[in-house]
Each structure stands twice: as structure tokens, then as C-alpha cells.
Design a protein around this ligand. Structure first.
Ligand SMILES: [Cu+2]
Length: 266
């Protein structure tokens, strides 16, 4: 008896520890932790869904195995037969509704956080998706062009390189600041997808999608088109480089100088 209560305590301790350590060591259940505040909110929602799923699965499988063991055939004995059980029916109708209600609530809260756009973002980047590449044009807080535009070569080639290769365009953004992305497509439907940010959004011709990123980690993250858009879809790669705000300012002025010297547009 003492032994079993000890092992129960150990299990509870392990589970509690896993939840407390959630920030760094807990399993991610296949998702990215999210290198932006928005992406991390998505990650927390995902973990909540998986834990809820595990809990439901444990109850369902537990009841199945309990019923299999408890009511297995013993000679000619037949379990008690009954037609209805009102309390049981109320429980199995209301419990799923409550579970769905809770999951729905957290989904709406998270979506509102992810879709929220700041009234005064630190940087604005217009992203144009086209067959088969990306153009990133930088604007300041007043939505005035900073004269910096980055895009891939007009002639697509089968490069078959990782997305972080310098052959593909790179979106440079500062860490810890709110970056507004203004997303459009020049031709067909594309998808702006950054796995490490747990974020994907359609790039649509004639429709402007606007969203904010607040990067929390310095690094280079791969990005890709997530909608099949034709022959060189697989080459529609890019990367996102998150740098310190000081390094970002330096990068912008460096680009401005280079692009002014080469005659403005590139
Ligand atoms: Cu595409």
C-alpha cells in the first residue's frame, strides 16, 4: 500500500514537473516553439490541444479496457442488460460540449492575439509573392519607402538549395520589435510560410493580407511558398534573418547606400 502511494506520488511529480518545465524541456509534440511572440502563442495552443487529446484518449481507452476486462465472458454468464441510462447519457453529451467549448475559447483568444496588428509597428515590409520568387520592400513607420527592395532573379533556375542559401531572397527583421508584413501576390495564389514562426498565410492577387511579427530569437529561419503555384513552386524559397535592432539599422542604411549607388531599384 505504502509502495503504491509512493509510485502514484512519483507519477504526479513527473507530470507536474513536465508542465512546470514547459518553457524549455517539455516535448513540443512536433511543433516549433515559435520564434515570435505570435508563434509562441500558437505553440501554447497546440500543446494545450495535444494534452487535452491525451487526457481524452486515456479516459476512452481506460474505459474500453476496463469494460473488456470487467465484462469478459465467464462461462454462460451474461452482463446485466439495460435499455437506457439517463445520467450516463447526460454526462457523455455535456462533457464533449464542455471540452469543445473550452478548446474553442482558447482558439479564439489565441487567434485574436496572433491576428492583432499594432497601430504603430516599428517596421513595415511589403511582401510581394510572384511566380517564382519574393520581393521584400522596406517602409518606415510612416509607410514611406526606405528605398530597400530585395528580390530573386527574374529567371528561375532549379537550384535545389536549402532555403537559407544566399541564392534565395532574405527578409531581415529586428528582434523584439513589431514588424508589419503587408502581403500580396502579383499573379496566382501563393502561401507565405515560415515554419519556425508557426505561421502561414495566403498571398492572394487583388487581396492584401496584413499581419505582425514580433521576433523573439536571433537567427536565420527558412521560409517557403506553401501553395502549389506552378513549375518552379519548389524554388519559391526564402529565409528570415532576425538580427538585433542596432544591426538592423546598420543593414538598412548599408542597403540604402548600395541601392542608391546602383541607381535606386534592383
Ligand atoms: Cu508560390
Amino acid at each position: 500500500m505504502i509502495k503504491s502511494s509512493k509510485s502514484i506520488k512519483a507519477i504526479i511529480g513527473l507530470l507536474g514537473g513536465a508542465v512546470v518545465l514547459g518553457g524549455c524541456n517539455a516535448p513540443t509534440f512536433g511543433a516549433f516553439r515559435g520564434a515570435t511572440t505570435q508563434g509562441h502563442d500558437e505553440f501554447k495552443l497546440w500543446v494545450g490541444f495535444v494534452i487535452a487529446g491525451i487526457a481524452v484518449a486515456a479516459i476512452v481507452w481506460g474505459l474500453i479496457f476496463w469494460a473488456v476486462a470487467r465484462y469478459r465472458r465467464k462461462g454462460d454468464e451474461i452482463p446485466r442488460q439495460f435499455h437506457e441510462n439517463v445520467p450516463l447519457e447526460i454526462i457523455y453529451t455535456t462533457l464533449p460540449i464542455i471540452i469543445i467549448g473550452v478548446l474553442f475559447y482558447f482558439t479564439v483568444v489565441t487567434e485574436n492575439q496572433v491576428d492583432a496588428v499594432a497601430s504603430h509597428p516599428s517596421e513595415i515590409v511589403h511582401v510581394l509573392a510572384y511566380r517564382w520568387g519574393w520581393r521584400f520592400s522596406y517602409y518606415n513607420q510612416n509607410n514611406t519607402s526606405q528605398g530597400v527592395a530585395i528580390q530573386t532573379a527574374a529567371e528561375p533556375k532549379l537550384l535545389a538549395q536549402p532555403a537559407t542559401s544566399s541564392q534565395y531572397p532574405q527578409l531581415v527583421i529586428p528582434k523584439g520589435e513589431t514588424v508589419r508584413i503587408v502581403l500580396n501576390s502579383a499573379d496566382v495564389v501563393h502561401g507565405f510560410y515560415v515554419p519556425a514562426f508557426n505561421f502561414s498565410r495566403y498571398a492572394l492577387p487583388g487581396v492584401t493580407n496584413v499581419f505582425d511579427f514580433t521576433p523573439t530569437q536571433i537567427g536565420i529561419f527558412r521560409g517557403q511558398c506553401s501553395q502549389y503555384c506552378g513549375l518552379y513552386h519548389s524554388e519559391m524559397l526564402f529565409s528570415v534573418k532576425v538580427v538585433s535592432p542596432a544591426a538592423f539599422t546598420k543593414w538598412v542604411s548599408g542597403k540604402q547606400m548600395a541601392q542608391n549607388q546602383s541607381g535606386g531599384s534592383k
